[in-house]
Design a protein around this ligand. Structure first.
Ligand code: PFF
Length: 454
């Protein structure tokens, strides 16, 4: 068993880890990505497949990632090297950690572009906080102006990169824990109040039908790939991010219970976000299928423009969205940074090098809105392509490898010790999910996504 303390520090308590992990999981993925990916995939059928993916693949994998992290108590790459050695397996399993770092940097590269929009909106709403007229009177135009200005996009993108580096460089414990303790409950409250507002629009029923009544004729191979990709992205799985956070979890904490709380909180926020956003989409006659990534940035400001105290609401919403995104980007950068620290770099240098690299790669995503908007890779613009490769391909493949490592490769005492609090039956179920269900489902979904079943 690894020593009970990580050289990088520890969460102050179980709650500290839950908040940090919920902070990692809850982000743009729940609000921005979930809403438009659901819309692109036909609504209810997608939501149902998504929930199945969370239960059958997401939860067991989250347990596996945190367990591996706590068993090794180092950065994911070194943890995997050590655990593979202790399990008499090949050190090549550390490739999971490397691919996690690469996927993370790719995700960070475009995530900060979108997260930058939340900062820009925050400033706009703050400037008109107490004004009687709406801060954003014409959301469609406002969004168009922002996303067609290369300099604004670049500016906000790099501000977000710098903010992320700043926190990771200082070490995550005090900064993140203190921040998420305030951010997560506030985000929840704001979302609930937006859901309540959604109920008053007269379109709540349409939204519920849209979200929860599945039309199975819409389920295709690509729906399955998108649902699985969304589950991995939203739960922060498949790139060893929660493995990195798992290294700082106290010995006594029950990993399955913590993972259950995180999955439930993450799914709850995504569904609430859907119930907040779609009534507005229908109320303002937006077409959910064509709005794409602009959905949240156009639909919600439309509502804020008509609500009493709409500017304050808008400010609160975008501040919290920015915080939610921030607590996610921090977790994306942590694993790679911890590795470079173990190689002897200072935290500042490590975080700056990796964050700076992601920032530069992200310029491609920025330009995909402006001068490179015509560039197409596999029928997608640069941002969508990066998102597809990292989220829909690399995360599930990383998850497949992690499930295989946890279920088949890791020495029995190593994994059983980490799950000492659960019964033999529960343990057998978890192992079966990791050994058979998760890998087979991921492989099948891939095969169908790649069109292998015609
Ligand atoms: N889960 C985050 C979200 O839903 O916005 C995104 C994310 C964070 C993905 C951390 C991967 C990760 F390791």
């Amino acid at each position: 068993m690894a020593a009970g303390i990580s050289q990088h520090g520890m969460w102050s308590s179980k709650l500290g880890f839950v908040l940090a992990a919920v902070g990692s999981a809850v982000g743009l993925g729940n609000i921005w990505r979930f809403s438009y990916v659901t819309a692109e995939n036909g609504g209810g059928a997608f939501v149902l497949v998504y929930l199945l993916a969370v239960l059958s693949v997401g939860l067991p994998l989250m347990i596996a990632e945190v367990l591996i992290g706590r068993a090794g108590r180092e950065s994911p790459i070194n943890t995997l090297i050590d655990l593979a050695r202790e399990s008499k397996a090949s050190p090549a399993w550390s490739l999971i950690g490397w691919s996690g770092v690469v996927a993370g940097l790719l995700i960070l590269s475009f995530y900060c572009v979108i997260a930058g929009w939340t900062l820009s909106y925050t400033v706009t709403y703050a400037q008109s906080m107490f004004a009687a007229t709406p801060a954003i009177a014409n959301p469609g135009e406002h969004f168009g102006a922002l996303t067609s200005s290369t300099s604004s996009l670049l500016f906000w993108h790099f501000v977000f990169i710098v903010l992320t580096i700043g926190v990771v460089a200082r070490g995550v414990e005090k900064g993140i824990e203190a921040a998420v303790r305030f951010m997560i409950p506030s985000l929840f409250l704001i979302l609930v109040s937006l859901v309540i507002y959604g109920m008053t629009t007269g379109h709540f029923g349409t939204a519920l039908t849209y979200l929860f009544s599945p039309d199975f004729s819409k389920v295709t191979g690509s729906t399955l790939v998108a649902a699985l990709g969304q589950a991995f992205f939203s739960l922060s799985l498949g790139m060893a991010g929660l493995m990195a956070y798992g290294a700082y979890v106290p010995d006594k904490a029950s990993i399955p219970r913590l993972a259950g709380i995180i999955c439930a909180a993450d799914t709850g926020v995504a569904l609430l976000a859907g119930m907040a956003i779609f009534p507005l989409v229908f109320a303002f006659s937006l077409d959910p299928h064509t709005a794409g990534p602009g959905l949240v940035f156009v639909a919600l400001p439309n509502a804020f423009a008509q609500m009493q105290f709409g500017n304050l609401y808008g400010l609160a919403f975008f501040v919290l969205l920015a915080f939610a995104a921030w607590s996610s980007t921090i977790s994306i950068l942590e694993g790679g940074t911890a590795y470079l620290v173990e190689r002897g770099l200072s935290r500042w240098l490590a975080a700056t090098l990796l964050g700076g690299f992601a920032g530069i790669v992200g310029i491609g995503s920025v330009l995909s809105f402006t001068v490179w908007s015509e560039v197409r890779l596999a029928d997608r613009n640069i941002l969508d392509f990066t998102n597809f490769i990292a989220s829909d391909l690399m995360l599930p493949l990383g998850g497949l490898a992690i499930a295989t490592f946890a279920g088949w490769v890791l020495a029995e005492p190593l994994r059983r010790n980490q799950l000492a609090d659960i019964s033999d039956t529960s343990y057998a179920i978890w192992k079966g999910l990791c050994r058979y269900v998760a890998p087979i489902l991921i492989a099948l979904v891939f095969a169908s996504g790649l069109g292998l079943f015609g």
